[in-house]
Design a protein around this ligand. Structure first.
Ligand SMILES: Cc1cc2nc3c(=O)[nH]c(=O)nc-3n(C[C@H](O)[C@H](O)[C@H](O)COP(=O)(O)OP(=O)(O)OC[C@H]3O[C@@H](n4cnc5c(N)ncnc54)[C@H](O)[C@@H]3O)c2cc1C
Length: 349
């Protein structure tokens, strides 16, 4: 019988477990039920006893690793903690969120355990097609164009779960018994002296936002009056992001302009790029503006369920079946009006 361990860790700036950790908990609960397997949950945190209170009601065996050294990510301490938890749980299947903290260490941990690892897992299920039920996982390859179903005989099998693929476990925190696991700490050469991050309203990539707002190259093109309106475009986009709380995505053509020496919107980087050679975010809704909607861009919208686009071109890619609603209109005018409405409903100046 398989023994499942879900690994979790605390937030960078708070004592709580991360949302993606709680998504992995839900995945673990569902999988344990499907496989009839024993479930353990391991928590790595400065004060793990406090962090695991949210796990009340999971009826899983809770294991923890605590201490100041685990407040922040560091390869040596995190790898040692994960290895100790996996050994204590005698895990044959290890589920962990695909966070930067765990993605960095789990390959090494898997090697130390003599196991194997798969990343970007988006689904798990049991196949009953063969003589015996087989545990299978799903992941995407080639920028979400090919979906693969994998199974492996070797154990332990470490699986890093993509964010947003399971609902986060939630419960009113209560008393939970956790077994503290001792970790043999290696020599630490890295000292974490603090975190530097942009202010929240300077951060345009917001994975938790309900809406993705995509800016295309049209914002920087000559408009019907024969002029480029870059400052106005920047102002409209930033105001929209500020009032709506949307996350900012971009087409490749727009973010590439900076490196071509052309004027570009200063708050955009390649990290904003959505598409085949960009990201594939998971927002429930998306609004594309001044973007043509070509396949290499739209492939990044695979997980965006409700799609709308504003384009001057009635023959753009969005109009050919890639969006639910296309407004054939001038995005400068439409976003100006939307900003006015948002500003008055949010009572912003
Ligand atoms: C291998 C490969 C990988 C690629 N990967 C990616 C990727 O990851 N992501 C990506 O985005 N692209 C990618 N591309 C590029 C992609 O094919 C397109 O070239 C790109 O998406 C076009 O960007 P765009 O739609 O913003 O610009 P354009 O094609 O220039 O379209 C601009 C649009 O804005 C409209 N417009 C102009 N002014 C207004 C206005 N006032 N109001 C409304 N609409 C207006 C125009 O009508 C036009 O439709 C890739 C291409 C290749 C070959």
């Amino acid at each position: 019988m398989d023994s499942i361990l879900v690994l979790t860790h605390q937030e960078d700036c708070s004592a709580d477990l991360t949302k993606t950790s709680l998504e992995a908990v839900t995945a673990g609960l569902e999988l344990a039920e499907q496989l009839g397997a024993q479930l353990s949950i391991g928590a790595i945190a400065q004060d793990a006893l406090k962090a695991v209170k949210v796990l009340v009601g999971t009826h899983a065996r809770i294991l923890s690793v605590s201490g100041d050294v685990f407040a922040q990510a560091r390869y040596a301490s995190d790898a040692a903690a994960c290895e100790a938890l996996c050994r204590a749980a005698q895990a044959t299947i290890v589920l962990a969120p695909h966070s930067s903290r765990f993605a960095r260490v789990m390959g090494g941990v898997s090697h130390r355990l003599g196991g194997c690892i798969d990343t970007h897992v988006s689904d798990m299920h049991t196949s009953t097609e063969g003589a015996a039920p087989t545990f299978e996982v799903t992941r995407w390859f080639y920028r979400q164009r090919i979906e693969a179903v994998l199974s492996r005989a070797s154990r332990p099998w470490v699986l890093l779960l993509d964010a947003g693929t399971y609902a986060a476990w939630s419960a009113t925190p209560g008393a939970v018994h956790a077994g503290e696991i001792a970790v043999e700490m290696p020599v630490q050469r890295t000292q974490v002296t603090g975190l530097r991050a942009p202010k929240q309203d300077e951060q345009t990539i917001r994975p938790e936002a309900k809406m993705l707002f995509v800016a295309g190259a049209g914002w920087t093109k000559k408009q019907p009056d024969g002029q480029i309106h870059l400052a106005e475009a920047a102002d409209l986009i930033l105001n929209f992001l500020h009032t709506s709380g949307a996350s900012l995505g971009s087409s490749k053509s727009l973010v590439d302009q900076g490196s071509d020496g052309q004027p570009v919107l200063p708050f955009l980087t390649h990290l904003n790029q959505v598409g085949q050679t960009g990201s594939t975010p998971r927002h429930p809704k998306g609004l594309s503006t001044c973007c043509h909607g070509e396949e290499p861009h739209v492939v990044g919208w695979r997980f965006v369920r409700e799609r709308r686009a504003i384009s001057l071109d009635p023959n753009c890619g969005w109009a050919r079946g890639k969006a639910d609603v296309v407004y054939v209109a001038d995005a400068f005018q439409v976003i100006t009006r939307i900003n006015e409405i948002l500003r008055s409903s949010n009572r912003l100046p």
